[in-house]
Design a protein around this ligand. Structure first.
Ligand code: DP6
Length: 409
């Protein structure tokens, strides 16, 4: 059988990222070009990842997509942008490099199956990991190499930053075609091994307004957002890159908190206003500031995206003490599952001094659970064929459906 008529199946994984200098607002809605640069930390895939399998075959009648065990509409415009762009790059590569090559494989239809290993209720932007994984896996399937963040960006802006591990910036770019609005690794995940990240899952509530429409209203109505994008973020990007390179935690932490606060201030300045934080978020903010005040130095930072869950940055040595403070002020349900998932956290007792400086009224069950993780690598190819999500018939394996039911419960 000639190579191009064979069925091919590829599986890859991609990470979630959390911005410490936020992207909020587009200057071009179709190409997804931002009004400011942004910077994020890629979270480790041992705790949070998307897995995607792409199969191509001459026997498939149409392109099809299954997300988290359910068939979805393949005609989603952003998905189509990514698919068309990868097919265009594959054709270009064939034409440029070896015009004699049989290109029937490029006309084959694709089946795509994707799952997350974290619950939707965790409120993490699954679209970033999802589109990064889709683009990375499609590129494997169609033999496309090189810079792919500009393709992932067209799926979801923040997805371009999930194409790299460690500390990643997304450059605003200046060209109208968006070719220079790319993600770049600032430092790899090995650069700052002491850094730890906690996702405090505050509530099972789904977010009220999605990022896409939220930021559209902000661009139209908030003059604070315009000021932020033009006069604040450029300087913060320079300072943040310096803080990361020098591993200066207090500088990194203060910029992270200020940028999260300014992003939520632009949400309040949006008309009508958008509220992503809730009373649990506000309590976490107070807890972090009082914790830092107790020690007389900035040991912990928070950041919040378009939802109420805090993402905490700290150094490994402060984790046990900080987690104990969280456990004390947000007493968990005792009969539920584990409170801490992911990297283990050693137990320490909370000191009376720290308890009294924080001095908040405990909020029982305010936090459902904590995901304990660190910075991690970018997308990966999964070689073991037993991990494919699609079976030899090109349809999702039964295990995908069962896994997903369990994850979403
Ligand atoms: C608050 O990337 O989800 O998480 O480009 O419309 O898909 P679209 O938006 P999206 O927005 C993310 C916004 C944010 C900040 C960030 O990740 O930088």
């Amino acid at each position: 059988m000639p190579e191009d008529s064979m069925e091919k199946t590829y599986t890859c994984t991609a990470p979630v990222n959390i911005a410490v200098i936020k992207y909020w607002g587009k200057r071009d809605e179709d190409l997804i070009l931002p009004i400011n640069s942004s910077l994020s930390v890629t979270l480790h895939q041992d705790q949070l990842k998307t897995t995607t399998t792409v199969a191509t075959s001459k026997n498939f009648q149409e392109d099809r997509l299954w997300l988290n065990g359910k068939e979805e509409d393949i005609n989603h415009p952003r998905l189509q942008s990514c698919l068309k762009e990868i097919r265009r790059l594959a054709r270009k590569r064939r034409n440029d490099e070896d015009p004699g090559l049989n290109s029937t494989g490029l006309t084959h239809k694709v089946h795509i199956c994707s799952i997350n290993n974290f619950p939707t209720a965790a409120g993490l932007a699954s679209s970033a990991a999802g589109f990064a994984c889709l683009v990375y896996t499609l590129a494997q399937a169609f033999g496309v190499e090189g810079e792919l963040s500009a393709v992932a960006r067209q799926g979801s802006g923040s997805a371009c930053r999930s194409m790299y591990g460690g500390f990643v910036q997304w450059l605003i770019g200046h060209q109208c075609d968006g070719k220079d609005s790319l993600a770049q690794q600032v430092e790899p995940e090995t650069h700052w091994p002491e850094m730890r990240i906690l996702v405090l899952v505050a509530s099972a509530e789904r977010k009220h307004m999605g990022s896409t429409s939220g930021m559209q209203t902000s661009v139209q109505t908030s003059c604070l957002l315009k000021h932020r994008a033009e006069s604040v973020v450029p300087g913060r990007m320079v300072e943040m890159i310096k803080a990361v390179r020098r591993k200066d935690f207090p500088a990194f932490a203060e910029l992270t908190m200020k940028d999260s606060n300014q992003f939520h201030a632009t949400c309040l300045d949006t008309y009508p206003p958008i509220f992503y934080l809730n009373s649990v978020s506000h309590q976490v903010i107070k807890l972090v500031h009082r914790y830092n005040q107790h020690y007389g130095e900035t040991r912990v930072a928070y950041t919040f995206d378009a939802g109420p869950n805090a993402v905490i940055f700290t150094l490994e040595q402060h984790i046990p003490d900080f987690v104990q403070a969280v456990r004390h002020f947000f007493p968990p349900e005792t009969n539920g599952g584990e409170f801490i998932k992911g990297l283990p956290v050693p137990h320490v007792d909370l000191t009376e001094g720290l308890r009294s400086t924080i001095g908040l009224e405990p909020m029982p069950k305010g936090i459902n659970y904590i995901i304990s993780t660190k910075a991690g690598p970018g997308p990966r190819v999964v070689k073991d064929p037993t991990h494919h999500l699609l079976g030899p018939d090109g349809l999702p394996k039964n295990t995908v459906i069962i896994h997903q039911k369990r994850t979403l419960e």
